[in-house]
Unconditional design. Sequence first.
Length: 269
Amino acid sequence: MATQMFESRGHAAVYQKYRFAPGKELQHTILSYLREKKAIPAELAVDVGCGSGQGTHFLGEHFKKVVGTDISEAQIQEAKATPCTPNISYLVCPAEELPFPEGSVDVLTSFTAAHWFHLERFAREARRVLRPGGCVAISTYTLDMSLRHGHCSQQLTRVFRECWDEILKYSNDKIKYVLDDYKEIFEALPFPDKKRITDIYDPIPMTVEGVVGYMESTSSYQTFKKKDPTAATSLLQETEKRMLETMGVSSHETPLEFLVRHVCVLGCK
């Protein structure tokens, strides 16, 4: 069964507010592959481990019908509460037990979620539900983010990384799949026609508040907060203060760029 790390309603609300949609380069990589394999236009795309629906919304622009699935009822409630196009729907279910008939899905995606799944069972389920010629696109952003803002990008990134390194001390063991750039997930995928791309870079427009909120939304921070709420809260408050001082601004709504690297595993049945 998948590891459940985003169950509380409070955590789901933070996740919905601060997690970002797939960046333009990642979107381009996925869509180019699907066009190459003639997997679009398509009837049905399923977004597994959809969380509060950031990636599902992107799929809604390109597929006739999109279903986002997640094991967390709180996350699905957040997804349903967010406005979306009429062709998108959501349901609660494990990634390893998808309620779709054999060979009925054209495209199966997972954005920043597959490392929480039981890999072998998910891989078997992907093979079962995909039609012949159907495709998978499984991606994550890695942990080596950086920040850009004017002439202080290097100093700003240092402030962010010092906080980030403290938070990552509380990471679940499943983060090992992210640290190895989804190599194990790539190897578990049961299709001979597959590839893994590890160097997709996207500058995500954010604010100081958004960066701090992103860190708050992570499972590692939530674990830290449960163990020592005072220290966890103080760390984010102090980091926001240091970021503002480094940038020479006073508003946490000041824009910056959050540079992320994506890894994407692509396959065709």
